[in-house]
Design a protein around this ligand. Structure first.
Ligand SMILES: [Zn+2]
Length: 156
């Protein structure tokens, strides 16, 4: 997914009862994995698919959530919805990346990048191939949903 992670976090946050810090937590969780692009470009110099980095591995975030959420539930119960939506947004990121990009859903047991759709390299640059593939309509739909929620206030 190229462009719709941030609006997907917005939509996610708007679909649950509002409370303080919920929206920032959802927005950060929705985009956080893609900060690995800095490592991808400046350190590894395109040599490995960035979806293979630990920040794009569901088992990693599942383990972190399994460790942190119970602690928050016991010691900082009021913060649990914020932490919950943060992890939900992280997993939403990985689900959306599964559409055309591939995610290591079975890691550490195998290294296959699971993808719902293969986006063929039909253009001179991979970004153009993604922009001109039908799956980009899903991204536009997420943007439209976020824009609708933003313009029309809280649903429900
Ligand atoms: Zn990503």
């Amino acid at each position: 997914m190229l462009t719709a992670h941030l609006p997907s976090g917005y939509v996610l946050a708007r679909l649950v009862p509002q409370r303080r810090w919920l929206l920032p937590a959802a927005l950060i969780g929705a985009v956080l994995p893609d900060f690995d692009m800095l490592w991808f470009y400046f350190v590894d110099q395109d040599s490995i698919h960035h979806h293979r980095y630990w920040v794009h591995v569901p088992a990693f975030w599942g383990a972190i959530a399994a460790l942190i959420l119970p602690v928050i539930a016991v010691f900082k119960h009021d913060f649990l919805p914020v932490a919950g939506i943060f992890f939900a947004a992280l997993f939403l990121h990985m689900v959306l990346d599964t559409i055309g990009g591939g995610i290591l859903w079975a890691a550490p047991f195998n290294g296959h990048l699971y993808s719902l759709v293969e986006v063929p390299a039909t253009q001179s640059h991979w970004i153009l191939s993604f922009l001109l593939h039908w799956t980009f309509l899903l991204e536009l739909g997420i943007w439209a949903g976020a824009f609708y929620l933003w313009r029309n206030g809280r649903a429900g």
